[in-house]
Design a protein around this ligand. Structure first.
Ligand code: SF4
Ligand code: SF4
Length: 319
């Protein structure tokens, strides 16, 4: 049985997995099976966006490149559980910087999984060897492979504010190439505090002009993330919050997803609770999916800001 700590005043916020600093039972999220298993292919990125939640840069290698040998046991575990229908997501950093990226994607597709790759569609994806391997995967697996490209805003100036001068045109060139290959495409954009419908109309005009086969009014093909700035001092989430907020634990990302990473100093991959908390080892749940099949205590400020109070889904936002 959990016992309530006596020295409540000594507890710092977000420190105890069972109790908040006010002495209320901390909210937890039970795992309900993997709807999406994410692989973080490594934190290196060709650019350094101002708001990158995982702090990727051309120098951040805190999460190493995953290899085929790293991901095979996790795909085996899914197969043993009959979960080949689970979506496999690849995120980074920029996944196509990882020299094994197309091999990793192929492994997941060959086992029957639908695959989602988050990319900035810039130079790493456009290198000749990557283009050759990716074109082959698109031709062989078609609609089971989705490339979701980050385009922060339909206007180049907004996008380039976050990503650097010329980034919009480079990404648009990558999208032109993907569209020419017949790739199944999606876009990840940002709301910028604007009204959603006018922004979708602007995106639709861009897609029509460039000939990209993306429905800007379909929320799966055009994902718009709200602005999610960190609150200076977010409140903690107790079990009572669910009822007050009218939210269900099952709707939070860690109820149905996990992310596999390999830390630079580690000799084997680890399974994390979600894509949003990559560096806090309290959210490392084990070395296998079976070990990670357990409830997550929401004792990180991101749990409050991004998931429970922020109103956003916790889909991976990198790239
Ligand atoms: S950040 Fe969100 S998805 Fe991640 S552990 Fe916290 S509540 Fe779960
Ligand atoms: S947001 Fe994406 S493209 Fe930008 S630095 Fe992060 S991983 Fe790279």
């Amino acid at each position: 049985l959990q016992t309530q700590p006596k020295a409540l005043t000594a507890l710092a916020k977000f420190s105890d997995p069972n109790w908040t600093a006010k002495g209320e039972a901390r909210a937890t999220v039970a795992f309900d099976g993997a709807k999406t298993l994410w692989f973080n292919t490594g934190t290196l990125c060709n650019i350094a966006c101002a708001g990158c939640y995982i702090e990727s840069t051309p120098h951040n290698n805190r999460l190493s490149y995953l290899t085929p040998a790293d991901i095979a046991p996790f795909l085996d575990e899914l197969a043993a559980r009959g979960e080949q229908g689970a979506e496999i997501g690849f995120t980074g950093g920029e996944p196509f910087l990882n020299p094994h990226c197309c091999d990793l994607i192929a492994m997941a597709l060959q086992r029957g999984h639908p695959v989602l790759v988050l990319t900035n569609a810039m130079r790493p994806m456009m290198r000749p060897r990557v283009q050759r391997d990716l074109a082959d995967l698109i031709a062989r697996f078609g609609a089971r492979l989705t490339l979701r490209v980050s385009l922060d805003h339909p206007e180049a100036s907004h996008h380039d504010t976050e990503r650097g001068g010329g980034a919009f045109e480079e990404a648009a060139g990558g999208l032109d190439w993907l569209a020419a290959q017949g790739a199944r495409l999606a876009i990840a954009g940002r709301l910028w505090g604007e009204n959603e419908q006018p922004l979708r109309i602007q995106f639709a005009a861009l897609f029509a002009q460039r000939g990209w086969p993306i429905d800007a009014h379909n929320p799966t093909q055009m994902v718009l993330f709200p602005e999610m700035s960190m609150q200076a001092d977010p409140p903690e989430i107790s079990t009572g919050c669910w009822g007050i907020l009218g939210k269900r634990p099952g709707d939070v990302m860690c109820a149905s997803s996990r992310m596999v990473v390999k830390r630079a100093e580690a000799d084997q991959p680890a399974v994390l609770a979600c894509t949003l908390i990559a560096y806090d080892e309290r959210f490392e749940l084990g070395a296998t999916l079976a070990q990670a099949d357990r409830p997550v205590a929401l004792n990180h400020p991101h749990c409050a800001t991004f998931c429970v109070l922020g109103g956003a889904s916790c889909s991976a936002k990198a790239t």
